[in-house]
Ligand binder design. Structure first.
Ligand code: ZN
Length: 161
């Protein structure tokens, strides 16, 4: 059994990402489209977990956990993708529709589509975030090329005499 791509999109649209993540960690608003909190995927004292409720993606600068509403539910509730879809559909009142398809082919296609969509959305958003957000300063510094280390020398290793 496979849920239609349209079902998946309608679920994503219906999800309140801040409400969803707030079940697992306390979030505070950090910008027009950014919430931060302590990461639910690793133990930390200062918040490095960012949630964008508009794009509906998350990213942790501490452990690099990232994804969308579906991976969040899969990771926090130990569900597979159809399970996460069903869970979110129930919670946010979306009726799912199924398609008839060869299950193996459907599974492959679904995985590929989901991955592409997820990577595209998360990458686009966080690339921008990394360069623009003040909170991302340390990460930016890390990515900035460092000046070349001073060269040692001149040593002459060949003169044995
Ligand atoms: Zn983390």
């Amino acid at each position: 059994m496979r849920f239609t791509a349209d079902s998946r999109d309608r679920v994503r649209d219906a999800v309140d990402m801040v409400a969803l993540v707030s079940d697992h960690t306390e979030l505070r608003r950090a910008g027009a489209s950014e919430y931060v909190g302590r990461c639910p995927f690793h133990d930390e004292r200062t918040p490095s977990f960012g949630v964008n409720p508009i794009e509906k993606v998350y990213y942790c600068f501490g452990c690099q956990a990232s994804g969308d509403v579906f991976t969040f539910v899969m990771e926090t509730e130990g569900l597979d993708f159809p399970g996460a879809l069903q869970s979110l559909a129930d919670r946010f009142g979306v009726e799912l529709q199924t398609e008839q398809e060869d299950p193996k082919a459907a599974e492959r296609r679904q995985r590929r589509e989901r991955l592409q969509s997820l990577l595209g959305r998360a990458a686009t958003y966080y690339e921008r975030y990394l360069w623009e957000a003040r909170e991302a300063g340390p990460a930016r510094d890390y990515r900035r090329p460092r000046p070349p280390a001073p060269r040692p020398g001149p040593y002459n290793f060949s003169s044995g005499a």
